[in-house]
Design a protein. Structure first.
Length: 101
């Protein structure tokens, strides 16, 4: 997608945009048997020490429903990103961002 945008003369995606593209690609590669036009990707945003402590439990629940390869988390601070990467079976689905994007 980034190459297609560049070919059309559009601006290159931001760092967070590139992170999202990498995460979507990783999601497809993590469970290719589920790939297809009806494939869903769940997106959650999280930030702050208070909410970040819930990430491990939320990921365990998602795992119980076999949704981890489809669950992308936008992490808007270091606490959230560290918790996500330490807990997610697919840490590449933890996308670093900031509140301004």
């Amino acid at each position: 997608l980034a190459l297609a945008l560049a070919a059309e003369g559009r601006q290159r995606p931001s760092a967070m945009g590139r992170g999202v593209l990498r995460a979507l690609q990783a999601s497809l590669l993590a469970s290719p048997e589920q790939a297809g036009p009806g494939r869903m990707v769940f997106v959650t945003m999280v930030y702050g020490a208070r909410l970040s402590k819930y990430i491990p439990g939320a990921l365990r629940r998602a795992d119980a429903f076999d949704l981890l390869p489809q669950w992308l988390l936008f992490c808007f601070d270091k606490d959230a990103l560290d918790s996500c990467r330490a807990s997610h079976v697919f840490p590449e689905l933890c996308v670093a961002g900031d509140m301004g994007t």
